[in-house]
Ligand binder design. Sequence first.
Ligand code: C2O
Length: 535
Amino acid sequence: SAIKKYQFDIQVKNVSRLCNAKPIVTVNGMFPGPTIYVREGDRVLINVTNNAQYNMSIHWHGLKQQRNGWADGPAYITQCPIKTGNSYTYDITVTGQRGTLWWHAHILWLRATVYGAFVIMPKLGTPFPFPQPNLEANIVLGEWWNSDVETIVNQANKLGLPPQTSDAHTINGKPGPLFPCSDKHTYALEVESGKTYLLRIINAALNDELFFAIAGHSLTVVEIDAVYTKPFTTTAILIAPGQTTNVLVKADQAPGRYFMAARPFMDAPIPVDNKTVTAILQYKGIPTTILPSLPTLPLPNDTNFALSYNNKLRSLNTPLFPTNVPIKIDRHLFYTIGLGANPCASCLNGTQLTASLNNITFVMPKTGLLQAHYFNIPGVFTADFPDRPAVPFNYTGVPLTANLATTLGTRLSKLAFNSTVELVLQDTNMLTVESHPFHLHGYNFFVVGTGIGNFDPKNDPLKYNLIDPPERNTVGVPTGGWAAIRFRADNPGVWFMHCHLELHTMWGLKMAFVVENGKSAEESILPPPADLPPC
Ligand code: C2O
């Protein structure tokens, strides 16, 4: 293992897309930002220097950060922001993980432009558990707004309404030729006939789950969220914000030009956003004047495709890559996901949209929660997040308006070190049903079951997959349904959990776990680094 160093300079740069230029926050002037390449076992030091007029904090999405929440990055959860003119070095040791992850700003909506890939190669001498690809490429999916994103969000907050959707989706920062003025802003991947490519696909979009496909070519899924899967072949993948998917693609079609494309999966009764971003799979030597053909993507409301796709995901579960799903459970948690509205004095129409878990809308603290926990600072949070809703109701049935208003609080749930946890995330029909990609920091978890409607605590657990469930860091809770996840609380610290739709995070669809120290020093939180940004 080696020590790798990166310098991240946060700077504002003018970037033009969709016929106009605007200043955006970037890392090193790049959009998307630089890729981090490390090998399993490496230590990586990333010095972030903030030269922009925005507070900054960067999260290494999916990195476990064993005992080291100080390097996790969500603002006011594990650190205070890096202020203009200041620096902080994220000190990350990559243990027990290999595959595709990513990094992004974790403060306000700045991840709209501040994101990039984090690639972990397997240890030297450990091959992939699938046929060795000839070459690899990153496919980072994102969103583009013509206006300043923070301004849009602030205006929406004043009105108490959702902000407008993005003006384009992007592949590696480029919208592709179906958007105006975008011929030059089109990503192209050149391939050679007969060769196999490993595509590392990342969904960095703020608010959209996406379908992705390549015309004429099938995709073999081999890894999700940096965990190997049993390979399976599909015409399209579904990927939620926060998730990553590695696929093998063989250049086995008539040499030509083929579109790869992504479009939202949106089965909720809300305004449909069905813009299609395209990029080009370009066979070597084929004239670039030839018109590519479009792939057939599932329709935006194709729930059946989504369900059957997610059911195909299975952990590899081999002696080398075992699936250690907890069988005996110490703590059963049941959290309802609600969208609702609260009174708002400063909002134009007197109410504001909110989101909640167990009817609690999370209030961001002003001090980092990890600091408050580590240094015993009183008054920052309470550790009384309820294990289940106070009053059970028909979650996905006719909504009870009584449940629309939520209570506010910075409430955390305390977990004993090394205890095994099952958490059922239940979507509700409070304002509307919607799919929610839930992300847990500091851990991978096993998705042992999902279903439509209300979770049935008697019968649904009998159908769990406890053999080879997918292991990941972000799970799509089905629209009007539930997902059951399991993990072992063996990483002490304070770990954020939230919906990875930025809109919902902003509305309060978030909470955090405090995982207590174990008995020995080796089972306890590491001391904070000297340059940790002060609050
Ligand atoms: Cu990728 Cu808390 O986020």
